[in-house]
Design a protein around this ligand. Structure first.
Ligand code: SF4
Ligand code: SF4
Ligand code: FES
Length: 248
């Protein structure tokens, strides 16, 4: 039977911080994905190997890893699309728990920094929404929270900033694009949410397994919103008038 060689990153920070790759030979099956190969190792060769997965259908977002250096889902990456020797590492933007498992819980804290949907004052319910507005943010709801986009983003990975990252930028965009949302998040975009650090390299949308156009459809419109907030003279005048009337 044909075999493939897989190098898997091993490290247990509870024991020491000396990570290393361990090589395994795995029999190749028809239609095999990288997750099958890693599970074969865990089930048949080394049960101490830690990995996270759940659906094996590219839906739960749990099996994120770097495969031959590129952020991908292990359950969606066929081994016959890769070179003979495969290297699997954990995603690097998050602290390691063990082997291929990382701690992505800081995403809960980021979520809490984003003001939630609040309906416009006096908006009649049920909401009547034009199809174009529904379609616009539907794309962002396909997100499976795999955090591959956060992993590839150099701002998140290499710089210590307050940038929320691409996964959360699409969340902000979907709220801002909701026609019944009554909160103006524009003042926070370049401030508390750190969107100004994104320099539109588009690496995030290239790795998104859901094909979400993160930069084109979410980040760029949100950046434009932030610029308009600061420089559009009509918006500035409207804010001044609002402030004036609320002071009376
Ligand atoms: S486009 Fe922005 S969010 Fe996406 S990877 Fe580049 S810097 Fe990060
Ligand atoms: S936007 Fe795409 S890459 Fe980012 S977390 Fe969601 S599904 Fe994953
Ligand atoms: S196991 Fe659920 S996305 Fe891969």
């Amino acid at each position: 039977m044909k075999e493939l060689t897989i190098n898997i990153f091993r490290m247990d920070p509870a024991v020491d911080n000396a990570g290393k790759y361990k090589k395994f030979n795995v029999p190749v099956q028809e239609g095999m994905v990288v997750l099958d190969a890693v599970r074969y190792v865990q089930e048949n060769i080394d049960p101490s190997l830690a990995l996270r997965w759940n659906c094996k259908a590219a839906r739960c977002g749990s099996c994120s890893a770097e495969i031959n250096g590129r952020p991908r889902l292990m359950c969606k990456t066929r081994v016959d699309m890769l070179e003979e020797e495969i290297t699997v590492s954990p995603i690097r933007a998050y602290p390691l728990i063990k082997d291929l498992v990382t701690d992505v819980s800081n995403n809960y804290e980021i979520e809490r920094r984003i003001p939630a949907f609040r309906p416009k004052k006096g908006a009649a319910q049920p909401f009547l929404i034009n199809q174009i507005d529904v379609t616009r943010s539907q794309e962002f709801r396909r997100c499976i929270e795999c955090f591959l986009c956060q992993d590839v983003c150099h701002v998140i990975r290499e710089h210590n900033t307050n940038y929320i990252g691409p996964r959360h930028a699409i969340k902000v965009a979907s709220l801002d694009m909701h026609p019944m949302d009554g909160i103006d998040r524009s003042p926070m975009l370049n401030g508390d949410l750190g969107l100004g650090f994104c320099n539109i390299t588009k690496c995030c949308q290239e790795v998104c397994p859901e094909g979400i156009k993160i930069t084109d459809n979410a980040i760029i419109p949100e950046k434009e919103r932030a610029v308009d907030y600061k420089y559009d003279p009509i918006l500035r005048l409207a804010r001044r008038l609002r402030r004036g009337s609320s002071a009376k």
